[in-house]
Design a binder for this molecule. Structure first.
Ligand code: SAM
Ligand code: SF4
Length: 404
């Protein structure tokens, strides 16, 4: 950590502020009096801001997510609209220019090089990244929270099922699996785009919604390409491969298939159980059944791969609430999770264009409101901690906390 003094002249007089530069191998953080914090990746791109009590995260796609404590309790989360996003980028740049001017002669060559690199990114250049990102990627709709900093490679696009009543994450695209040539080209484009920012990313996440449904012969080839393109295992290499799987896919893979994935560095797969209750499961129109999910988890784990199980707080509405909680916890217990496995609880967010409300009516149930969903979420989290083994992490999974 390097510190420097910054003297500011304002209409109200002269202020002395202390700057803290924290240079890590893969990112730089600049703090002003520990009140304002700005973070940048190795390319000099803004990745995070803490300002006036709010946290901003800028994704590779250029979107900026704001999170702050709400005055009414809980958290406020929202994606900045374009004008506000540009204002924030311009403000950060102005601050950086002052910081560079004041600290240039008193900081190390390394920090000066960081500051120069950061200032090559003006608002227009940062905003232009958005178009570049979307020429390489289809929107990254969601990742498990432990994978927010993974490098996403879209081996497939979309969801092979795409018909769960509550989920509209991939409705904008048709499911398709990339050819080997196309996947190689995609990886090259991703590497060029991310540049030296790649060093912040420690794992590979295979997109999109259920990449592991890809038939094994193609999956094997696609994973082999990942190994051609990235180093695994060395201290600075990738730590593993991760992906979502849905029960449709899970049912179709054999133990040998999972074993092969395990040997190819697939470390954890994420499965949206959503509910252990059969009726809720049907109301959500999930493919398969809770029992089939449990069986699939046993097979995946016996092959040496960890799992991340996602439950949906609020699913099935008021009439099915108690059965949903009880049977979901029963299902978790039956999965026999252990160290390295994760349980996530996602509060249901109903979008206006989803068929979920109609499905609830068909099942003679009523939607749960915000406070009731929150209560159920806490209940599921504490219940999951109680029924799962030591070493199983239980955490929040929130669609509105995600930006890639
Ligand atoms: C990509 S999907 C899950 C992986 C896989 N396709 C499956 O269904 O098992 C990611 C997760 O996001 C969550 N999700 C999707 N739509 C949601 C919504 N409207 N509200 C809350 N969570 C949602 C669900 O828990 C879902 O399992
Ligand atoms: S929950 Fe999973 S399987 Fe269902 S539509 Fe969404 S991504 Fe597809």
């Amino acid at each position: 950590m390097t510190t420097a003094s910054l003297v500011c002249q304002t209409a109200h007089g002269t202020h002395r502020q202390t700057l803290y530069f924290n240079t890590q191998r893969h990112f730089l953080t600049v703090s002003v009096d520990l009140h304002t914090t700005l973070s940048f990746d190795r390319e000099g791109r803004l990745i995070g801001v803490f300002l006036d009590g709010a946290n901003y995260r800028r994704g590779l796609c250029g979107d900026i997510l704001m999170k702050r404590a709400s005055t009414r309790g809980g958290k406020l989360r929202r994606m900045l609209p374009p004008e506000e996003r540009r204002r924030l980028l311009a403000l950060v740049r102005r601050r950086l220019m002052i910081i560079r001017e004041c600290a240039y002669n008193t900081t190390s060559v390394d920090i000066r090089a960081w500051l120069d690199r950061i200032l090559t990114w003006d608002v227009e250049r940062l905003e232009a990244e958005r178009a570049a990102f979307f020429s390489i990627y289809k929107p990254i709709s969601i990742l498990p929270p432990d994978q927010y900093l993974s490098l996403v490679l879209q081996a497939a696009e979309g969801c092979s099922w795409n018909r769960c009543t509550f989920c509209t994450l991939y409705r904008d695209r048709k499911f398709r699996i990339k050819s080997c040539a196309e996947f190689r080209h995609h990886i090259q484009q991703v590497k060029d785009f991310v540049g030296s920012g790649i060093n912040m990313r420690k794992s590979i996440f295979l997109g999109d919604a259920n990449a592991l449904i890809i038939p094994q012969s193609r999956l094997r080839e696609l994973i082999a390409i990942v190994h051609d393109e990235f180093v695994f295992g060395s201290p600075n290499g990738m730590k593993g491969i991760y992906a979502f799987i849905d029960i449709f896919g899970a049912e179709r893979k054999t133990f040998d298939d999972y074993r092969e994935m395990h040997d190819a560095q697939v470390k954890r797969v994420y499965l949206g159980l959503e509910s252990g209750d059969e009726e809720v499961f049907r109301c959500l129109n999930k493919p398969g059944s809770p029992a089939a999910c449990i069986e699939a988890v046993h097979m995946i784990k016996s092959a040496g791969i960890n799992v991340g199980i996602i439950l949906l707080a609020g699913a099935g509405g008021a009439r099915l609430a108690s059965a949903h909680v009880t049977h979901s916890l029963d299902a978790l217990a039956a999965m026999k999770l252990n160290a390295g496995d994760l349980v996530y609880v996602s509060p249901l967010i109903v979008s206006s264009d989803s068929p979920y409300m109609q499905s609830l009516r068909d099942f003679q149930s009523e939607p749960l409101q915000g406070a009731a969903i929150q209560q159920q979420l806490e209940h599921l989290k504490s219940g999951a901690k109680a029924v799962c083994g030591n070493g199983v992490k239980v955490a929040l999974y929130h669609l509105e906390e995600f930006v890639y």
